[in-house]
Design a protein around this ligand. Structure first.
Ligand code: GUN
Length: 293
């Protein structure tokens, strides 16, 4: 029997409706949650993500600002934009879309963002809070979205073997931190490009999370029958017959793996929509921490 589909679009819809309702409560006390998104350059994928983030904000009744800067923007100019947003009372959350052009120093930019407005959860303060389990920071949106999907589909995590493919600061590492928190209680293995006998690890997994950015990397022989497979990959693959000349493919060979797995996320329509929903929720949380006027 093919795997149950974990529908990220439906789950995101529920969260976005919950956020929109909570935005109305904030507005009633005079606070309009505001998100600023900074895009440097014209990376095609980033341009789409940034547009979607702005639209989602507006749909939820939030204040949305998108700042588009030329690819030639200097580090100093970018830091000045961050400084201005840090002090703007209409902005409760902000993010600088990654990747930045090569001449920019992303670490310095991330460190410049006020941790209280860092709804991406990339600032070292928020990364540290996540690791030690302090709940007044922000977790990165993609792993937070995966947790939400696991919760809403009641995927058991206590004592579960979770194998994460990928050790990025945006997904792999924070994903592991979220999964080992008390109350979640998973046993987590992070695999990466130097891992030996990769399939031996993945075949142990009750929950397999792929976040490596390689299309169809996870094949059916790497998956334990009945496992929950979460595909975080969004890879553009050339396809001359497609309208844009490409299609989106996950890190998982979906057609083959769905015959083995118990539950699986599609791409698109799996984790991606949750990422934006969690960004809205974090912006709402940031705004709700603003004391009453
Ligand atoms: N690039 C890819 N994903 C993300 C994200 O979640 N936040 C930012 N700022 N850039 C990204």
């Amino acid at each position: 029997m093919p795997a149950e589909l974990l529908d990220g679009i439906a789950a995101a819809r529920v969260i976005r409706d919950e956020v929109a309702e909570a935005v109305r409560v904030q507005r009633a006390r005079g606070v309009v949650p505001g998100l600023a998104v900074v895009l440097v350059g014209e990376d095609p994928a980033s341009t789409v993500y940034v547009r979607n983030k702005g639209r989602a904000c507006e749909e939820a009744g939030m204040h949305s600002v998108t700042i588009r800067l030329a690819a030639s923007t200097t580090q100093a100019e970018l830091l000045a934009v961050v400084d201005q947003l840090n002090t703007d009372p209409a902005i409760h959350g902000m993010l600088v879309q990654m990747p930045l052009p090569a001449h920019c120093n992303a670490d310095e930019v991330i460190r410049r963002i006020d941790p209280a407005k860092d709804v991406d959860g990339f600032h070292p303060i928020n990364a540290g809070k996540l690791i030690i389990g302090e709940r007044d920071g922000f977790a990165p949106c993609t792993p937070a979205g995966v947790m939400e999907l696991l919760r809403r589909y009641q995927v058991p995590t206590a004592g579960a073997e979770v194998v994460i493919l990928g050790r990025s600061n945006i997904v792999g590492k924070p994903m592991a931190s979220l999964l080992v928190q008390p109350g979640v209680d998973a046993t987590v293995t992070i695999c990466h490009s130097r891992t030996r006998n990769l399939a031996q690890h993945t075949r142990r997994a009750d929950i397999l999370i792929a976040a490596i950015g390689r299309p169809k990397f996870v094949t059916s022989d790497m998956v334990k029958p009945g496992a929950t497979v979460i595909d975080v990959g969004i890879n553009r693959v050339d396809e001359p017959r497609a309208k844009n000349g490409y299609i989106l493919a996950g890190d998982v060979d979906f057609a083959a793996v769905r015959e083995v797995a118990g539950r699986i996320t599609p791409v698109p329509g799996g984790v991606g929509p949750l990422t934006i929903a969690m960004l809205l929720r974090s912006t709402l949380v940031a705004a709700s921490r603003v004391p009453a006027a």
